[in-house]
Design a protein around this ligand. Structure first.
Ligand SMILES: [Zn+2]
Length: 319
């Protein structure tokens, strides 16, 4: 059972940290809450994105409320009230993307002051709580003198950590359990079968089922003239993004969207791209052809990859 801290313990553990660690943890909580909020607002619209998608990316998809800020004032302060005048320590600031209206409230009056449906508020609140528990996890580990070597003894010395993990190590903040979990096989020789099988299933569907699933709108996605030399025509067709979506993709990159997943959702929302999703991962089916088109831009020198390529999402920017 994870240790959950009281407010007093949190404050107490926080006091023992250096400025950089304190800053890192507060930022982690702030970013985590913004991302949670944006993810649930998107989910309400049927949009499913990887959990770690940045809130700024998701906000390109949201026309309504986004979490602008989360502030810990350090103590219950009359200068930082809820919409109703009640003094607050922890302040949530939301902004309406279309009307630019801004609201400030404490967690207990979240529903009352935003008018969001109770169900979404409930989900967001439990998401926020998860972030607070992550903070507790970090504080407890710091308090107990956590060390990377003890937690993950098999990591080779020259190992290159994923960026998010390296950021923790740079400021001497312990890793979250889910990060430790990701590294658990590093230094062991284990074939990564799950991943390769998922790639097979989702990016090279040799079976007919993909086309059957696309039935209502099979032609639009693929362009006849750009089809590569057909060894297996049907397999190759799905890699090609229809010309009518290409300008839109470039437009989104120009707007500063970098996530291929978010670009897919924008194409579905604004450009009537096919809505089909894979059942298990809930990735849009156009994801494959969008990535192929983005990779084509990279090979032409018009765009570059940001960060590592993985199956869940890929990031690009124009050059
Ligand atoms: Zn209030």
């Amino acid at each position: 059972m994870k240790q959950i801290l009281t407010k007093e313990e949190r404050d107490d553990y926080m006091k023992g940290l250096d400025a950089e660690q304190k800053d890192f943890i507060q930022n982690h909580v702030r970013r985590g809450k913004k991302t949670t909020f944006a993810n649930f607002m998107a989910k309400d619209k049927g949009i499913v994105l990887p959990e770690d998608t940045d809130s700024e990316e998701i906000e390109h998809l949201l026309e309504e409320w986004v979490l602008e800020d989360y502030i810990d004032n350090g103590y219950v302060n009359a200068e930082t009230p809820c919409e109703c005048g009640r003094p607050l320590r922890y302040q949530y600031v939301v902004k309406h993307n279309r009307t630019k209206e801004q609201r400030t409230f404490g967690i207990t009056h979240f529903e009352e002051h935003t008018g969001l449906p109770a169900e979404i508020v409930k989900d967001i609140k439990s998401g926020f709580q998860k972030i607070d528990y992550e903070m507790d996890d970090l504080l407890v580990k710091l308090h107990q003198g956590w060390s990377l070597n003890e937690s993950l003894p098999n990591i080779p010395e020259d190992y290159t950590f994923p960026k998010d993990i390296q950021k923790h190590l740079d400021v001497n903040v312990p890793l979250l359990d889910r990060q430790i979990h990701r590294l658990r096989h590093v230094g062991e020789e284990i074939p990564r079968r799950e991943v390769t099988e998922e790639i097979k299933e989702e990016t090279i569907p040799a079976s007919q089922s993909f086309y059957e699933a696309q039935e209502p709108d099979p032609i639009n996605l693929f362009s006849e003239e750009e089809m590569p030399a057909p060894k297996n025509e049907k397999d190759l067709q799905m890699y090609v993004l229809a010309p009518k979506y290409r300008d839109a993709v470039i437009g989104y990159l120009e707007d500063g969207v970098t996530s291929a997943r978010v670009i897919c959702e924008l194409l579905i929302k604004n450009n009537s791209a096919p809505k089909g999703r894979y059942t298990y991962s809930e990735r849009p089916k156009i994801y494959v052809s969008v990535c192929f088109y983005l990779d084509l831009l990279v090979s032409r020198g018009q765009a570059t990859h940001i960060g590592s390529l993985n199956l869940d999402d890929r990031y690009y920017k124009l050059t």
